[in-house]
Design a protein around this ligand. Structure first.
Ligand code: NAP
Length: 305
């Protein structure tokens, strides 16, 4: 019998992982925030995965944060701003040598989580898969992609990557996971805030080419200064390529703001500006962008952290 996967957070990505693991016959348990959410989940009869128009429901077992079953492997699938507090509530349930897989976008939340569970192994992930909820306990697999996983402390992959292969989750072990996370953060900082401020799809930034190029130059300087020169390589051309390739899409930050949801700004542009300040690096365009975004979110009554 393989080790149980506990999945913390049955949102878009957590449900996408949980349903695929369950479909492969692997033991999975969801961890939901409280008794009310657990009752709602049980009333729905499971999690539904919608893939290429086909729906399939999986009656995956679930429990609340306050359960006392031991946890050997935890997939953390909350938003970056919820991860530390949620994992802290589970820390006493982790078995010695437990593994945590952190799916959060951006940077900052991974270190905060790892500091709360010093005896566990924390793996970081960066994913290009896309999913969204079209209802409670329902997830739509919107964009096939890839997930890179790595451990900044140990280069050896865990044996259970085989579970991901069995579940059909495309993945690769990456010994430079921080470089990948920094690169993704830089792409996000160059594109997402401007789509919010200009109220446009990604392609709308083609009209703001100079502004994007200036931001890329400052972001590349930051990456170099933070010891991530590989993440800075050809950044402007990749940003341009992503804008072209995703011209018709609305960025994740745009969608969060449009739907009145909290953004992950504190772990993206906020993290970048804090890192620049730590290094006494003056990046005027990046910090102006941050101030404009904070003002915009505040005016909409949304948190700016
Ligand atoms: P999401 O749909 O908002 O799901 C987050 C889930 O976490 C929600 O179901 C929420 O519960 C749950 N949660 C929060 N605090 C909790 C707690 N204390 N205990 C139990 N559950 C808790 O978010 P997402 O889109 O899956 O994103 C998760 C992370 O993956 C983010 O960092 C995101 O940037 C990253 N990511 C997402 C995608 C994507 O396509 N969605 C792609 C790449 C990366 P409730 O339902 O009760 O609110």
């Amino acid at each position: 019998m393989s080790t149980h996967w506990h999945v913390l957070g049955a949102g878009s990505l957590g449900s996408l992982w949980a349903t695929r693991l369950a479909r492969a016959g692997l033991p999975v348990k969801l961890i939901l925030r409280d008794a009310a959410r657990l009752a709602a989940y049980e009333a729905a009869g499971g999690l539904t995965l919608v893939e290429q128009g086909q729906e399939q429901r999986f009656a995956i077992a679930a429990e609340t944060l306050d359960a006392d079953t031991p946890i050997e492997r935890l997939l953390v699938a909350c938003k970056a701003y919820d991860a530390e507090a949620a994992v802290t509530r589970l820390a006493s349930r982790l078995t010695p040598g437990a593994d945590l897989l952190l799916l959060q976008n951006g940077l900052g939340s991974q270190d905060a989580v790892a500091a709360r569970v010093p005896h566990a192994r924390c793996l970081f992930a960066s994913s290009t898969e896309g999913a969204f909820r079209d209802g409670d306990w329902r997830v739509v697999f919107a964009g096939h992609g890839f997930t890179w996983l790595g451990d900044v402390a140990h280069p050896q992959p865990p044996y259970w990557l085989d579970d991901l292969t069995l579940a059909g989750i495309p993945h690769e072990w990456n010994t430079q996971i921080l470089t990948r996370l920094w690169r993704k953060l830089a792409l996000n900082c160059a594109i997402n805030p401007l789509t919010v401020l200009y109220d446009c799809r990604n392609g709308g930034l083609l009209e703001h080419h100079c502004e994007v190029a200036t931001l890329c130059a400052e972001l590349a300087e930051l990456l170099e200064c933070c010891g991530q020169p590989a993440a800075a390589l050809d950044l402007p051309s990749e940003v341009e390529r992503v804008i072209q390739a995703t011209a018709a899409n609305y960025s994740s930050m745009y969608q969060d703001v449009a739907q009145g949801r909290r953004t992950e700004i504190g772990y993206l542009l906020g993290y970048a500006c804090a890192a620049a300040a730590r290094h006494h690096l003056n990046l005027p365009h990046l910090s102006r962008l941050y101030n404009r975004l904070v003002a915009h979110l505040t005016a909409k009554g949304l948190p700016s952290t």
